[in-house]
Design a protein around this ligand. Structure first.
Ligand SMILES: NC(=O)c1ccc[n+]([C@@H]2O[C@H](COP(=O)([O-])OP(=O)(O)OC[C@H]3O[C@@H](n4cnc5c(N)ncnc54)[C@H](O)[C@@H]3O)[C@@H](O)[C@H]2O)c1
Length: 240
């Protein structure tokens, strides 16, 4: 039988208690990985994974996460930088506080997540990083200048990191979801949802599990061993 080669590999997922992050945690579990995830509120504990309370905007806290995961589960092989927020508004009404909150979480949070673990991966000459970006970061979206900037930033980060990390045997990729049915869609009105749906050639929103499978592919040392510096789109042909 062929496998993705993730059995017993240690994988850390940020924001793993719900939505896309929870789907990634559960799929990794079922593929035999040793999974740790961070959460901010204790809602929805995920069975069979190490749960750590941590905020990606706090560098010291994220350093402690790496230490704790390695102490409890062993050397980290995979990191999924998934935690993210939206604070939407049209640009004239977008406050500096909402600009900063989104950039701090979605972009600086990825830096804080990866900074403690990348040197360890380089030393071990082994590792796979996956960052969850967004269709908004690739093509822009109404009311999301802050979010789109943060997500476009992660694409630049991942592409540059892939160039640097290749010589150390470490890969870095991004998954770019379109509109996925999670709590993140809750603030969008029904009218706007209908407009978005009419623009999606597959005629429906995506499922968190459909994003998780793309992550599994990119984490896999078997399936994607020569894939690095790429953005895999999971968007029903919403943006091609
Ligand atoms: N749902 C979508 O349509 C969609 C589309 C494209 C990209 N994304 C991205 O996918 C990722 C997951 O989103 P989701 O749809 O599951 O949303 P969600 O709101 O259900 O989950 C977001 C997760 O991030 C965590 N989080 C937020 N701020 C954090 C912080 N400061 N520190 C630690 N954790 C924090 C939350 O606790 C939660 O676990 C995000 O990066 C999001 O931008 C989502």
């Amino acid at each position: 039988m062929t496998s993705l080669g993730l059995e017993d590999q240690v994988v850390l997922v940020t924001g793993g208690n719900r939505g896309i992050g929870a789907a990634i945690v559960n799929l990794m579990n079922s593929l035999g990985a040793k999974v740790a995830y961070t959460y901010r509120s204790s809602e929805n504990p995920q069975v069979g994974a190490l749960a750590i309370s941590a905020d990606v905007t706090e560098p010291a806290g994220m350093e402690a996460v790496t230490e704790k995961v390695e102490e409890k589960l062993g050397p980290i092989y995979g990191v999924v930088a998934n935690a993210g927020i939206t604070r939407d508004n049209f640009f004239p009404k977008l406050t500096a506080a909402n600009w900063d909150a989104v950039i701090d979480t979605n972009l600086k949070g990825v830096y804080n997540t990866l900074q403690p673990v990348i040197p360890k991966m380089y030393e071990r000459r082994c590792g796979s990083i996956v960052c969850i970006t967004s269709i908004s970061g690739e093509r822009g979206n109404l009311g999301q200048t802050n979010y789109a900037a943060s997500k476009a930033g992660t694409i630049g980060l991942i592409k540059s990191l892939a160039l640097e990390a290749a010589r150390y045997g470490v890969r870095a990729n991004a998954v770019s979801p379109g509109f996925i049915e999670t709590d993140m869609l809750t603030p969008i009105s029904d009218k706007v949802k209908q407009r978005i749906l009419s623009e999606i050639p597959m005629g429906r929103f995506g499922k968190a599990s459909e994003v998780a499978w793309a992550v599994a592919f990119l984490l896999s040392p078997v399936a994607s061993s020569y894939v690095t510096g790429t953005v895999v789109r999971v968007n029903g042909a919403h943006h091609t």
